[in-house]
Design a protein around this ligand. Structure first.
Ligand SMILES: *Cc1c(COP(=O)(O)O)cnc(C)c1O
Length: 434
């Protein structure tokens, strides 16, 4: 499944030395980040708000990627950050985000997290009635996170709990700025429908004297990893024989790797649905969004070095098992009974014959496979070659990494454009620029 590749990544792959220098200097797997792409992604969402005349605020869903350079890109482009732990809150503040530009989400927030949120004037998305009690008298800025109708989610307040909160909230003790939700899936219509419902809640809250001028529709903006035709033919042909040990994931377990209207286009669709945008404007309500994955789309890749090559036969055909110098913990999708499908590039480019290979991690676990499927590489891989997995910044690279086997956590190399189509680089979080 050939992935969309940004110009910066093509430039990196075409460079004769750079990847090799990083691989040698680091001596293990690493990630590459290109924060200029995050800035571009933020600007594309902002452009939708501008075009539609809907006042909007973007909060980066920080759990998608821990890199400091992403927070720096948010500061540069004027986006806030959505955090749900004290560590995330501290990292955002340390990266230069104003407290007032933070939204604190997540269930059953600790006393420390709520305290820090109040001190820094962050917006708190309240997930349970007791959080409101604990915030009483602090003057906290609050959104009520609602449980979507007919949802069995463990997050959010039921309609009864929202009504109860509205009936009892003291508007001098808490500043109710509005309502929020976060939906699973990547559909536009349910988000717009629920937002329309929350406009009514805002009206009710305003009637009771609360400011209630914000609706947050959470994240879940789709990302387009591979072209439509490749995704369709993959699903059509999906077959256990393609996979090492015949281990094909269930078709429904795959992330939807092709998305016809990703990120900002999805926001546009949401705003157009039943004239949500016009209704928000009329009601003078600001729309907040919390995209995680979509803000780091095409902003990072993961690089492993091939350490060993074996040849095996399955169903009468030979194939290679490549073992690389890292683990599947750097490709989180592998840990949800599914597989990350955008194909890695084999570097350096050399002439050769198409050779199918699966990719294993350097651990003693049978299941530590970075790619179960036999990828048709353009040539036979050999030790020292690099595999570059594209578009891994969103949830793949760093959410599950650990020091398993006492291997170090892969560092992140941050690339910035320099003169003559060259790159300057730093390690993430190590310079004032981050
Ligand atoms: C995870 C999460 C997000 C980000 O979701 P993406 O799918 O990465 O856009 C936003 N808001 C909340 C409350 C979340 O839990």
């Amino acid at each position: 499944m050939p992935a969309h590749r940004d110009e910066w990544e093509q430039r990196l792959l075409a460079d004769r030395k750079m990847l090799e220098v990083f691989a040698t200097a680091i001596g293990g797997p690493f990630h590459v980040m290109y924060p200029a792409r995050v800035v571009r992604n933020i600007r594309a969402f902002q452009a939708v708000f501008q075009r539609t005349g809907v006042p909007g605020t973007i909060y980066y869903g920080k759990k998608a990627n821990k890199a400091a350079c992403v927070v720096a890109a948010c500061v540069q482009a004027g986006a806030g950050v959505d955090v749900s732990s004290l560590g995330e809150l501290e990292a955002a503040l340390a990266g230069g985000v104003r407290g007032a530009d933070l939204v604190v989400t997540g269930p059953a927030k600790s006393e420390e997290l709520l305290g820090a949120a109040v001190r820094h004037d962050a917006l708190v998305a309240v997930d349970a009635p007791d959080e409101l009690d604990r915030l009483a008298g602090t003057g906290a800025r609050v959104l009520l996170r609602v449980l979507p109708p007919h949802s069995d989610s463990r997050f959010g307040l039921t309609a009864g709990e929202v009504e109860q909160a509205l009936a009892t909230l003291d508007r001098d003790a808490i500043r109710l700025e509005g309502f929020s939700f976060h939906l699973g899936g990547y559909e536009a219509a349910p988000r717009a429908e629920l937002a329309l419902r929350l406009i009514e809640y805002c009206r009710e809250a305003r009637y009771l004297g609360h400011p209630a001028d914000t609706i947050s529709i959470g994240g879940g903006f789709g990302v387009d990893y591979v072209p439509a035709e490749h995704w369709r033919s993959f699903l059509r042909g999906l077959n256990p024989l393609w996979f090492h040990r015949d281990r094909a994931p269930k078709p429904e377990s795959f992330y939807p790797y092709h998305c016809p209207a990703p990120g900002p286009a999805m926001l546009e669709t949401i705003l157009a649905h039943r004239q949500l945008g016009a209704r928000l404007r009329t009601a003078d309500i600001r729309l907040a969004i919390e995209p995680g994955r979509a803000l780091v789309d095409r902003a990072g890749s993961t690089v492993f070095a091939v350490q060993g090559v074996k040849t095996r036969t399955a169903h009468g055909h030979p194939y290679s098992i490549l073992t690389v110098n890292g683990s599947s913990l750097s490709l989180s999708e592998q840990w949800f009974d599914t597989e990350y499908l955008p194909d890695p590039a084999l570097w350096p480019p050399r002439p050769g014959r198409v050779t199918p290979a699966c990719v294993g991690g350097a651990s003693c676990l049978e299941d530590d496979m970075i790619s179960w499927r036999r990828i048709p590489f353009p040539r036979a891989a050999r030790p020292g070659d690099l595999l570059i997995y594209p578009n891994t910044a969103g949830y793949q690279m760093d959410s599950n990494e650990s020091t398993f086997h006492e291997l170090p956590i892969p560092p992140k190399v941050v690339l910035r454009d320099a003169e003559g189509a060259k790159f300057d680089w730093t390690l993430d979080g190590t310079t004032a620029l981050r």
